[in-house]
Unconditional design. Sequence first.
Length: 234
Amino acid sequence: MTFEDVLNDIRKLIGLRLSSIRPGAEITILSIDEEQDNLMLRTAAGATRSRPLRELRTIWDLMMQRPVVHVDEALHGSGTSRNQPETILANLPYVEWLKVNGKKNLAFVNKQTHPYGTLREMDVFQADELKTKLREQSRSNAPKGLIVTNDISDVVSALSRRCSGTTKMLENGIYSYLTDTDSFIVATGSVGLPEGTYIIVKVSRLPRAGTILSLAQKEYELFSMGATRLLLTT
């Protein structure tokens, strides 16, 4: 399903009062201008706002690639009132919403399950099935980052307060923290790295121009760019 198809369906929402997943943030689409690449809407408070169509396009492209999409992450936390593009897409009949790790997510369900201009929270059984698949993917996917700390329990407690997950011991002093969608490594300073957070990047081969270390029987190469620290892995 292309974004042009979606845009044609969004036109059917013009003039309707669209409920938001977050109560009290209803909007009404007033017009769509493809040449200017934006749409005009009216907020619940009566203010008129313009939103770029590229926001909707970005979210939709990700929805075609992923089982669920968290709008704030899709838009990289940029801009304000990000619930507005979320509201527009959630009011389409083939989009449902659910919570993953306590955060609102959108999912393309590939069929019409509710009328235009209404919301539908995903059925609990279907949502649980989807979350199970996401957990299985997170276990098979490479971890997104490494946190080196002298107090693993404190870090795990802080993570669990923000995104619920499970902890699994990989080897002495090294743990995996699994959420419904991602995984992270939490380790003590015994791994040979200073305390801090390291982004893990998958590459086709290791350059082997820097420090090589092994974590849970997998090789990583340390690569620093100023304050940013990367761990390269294949």
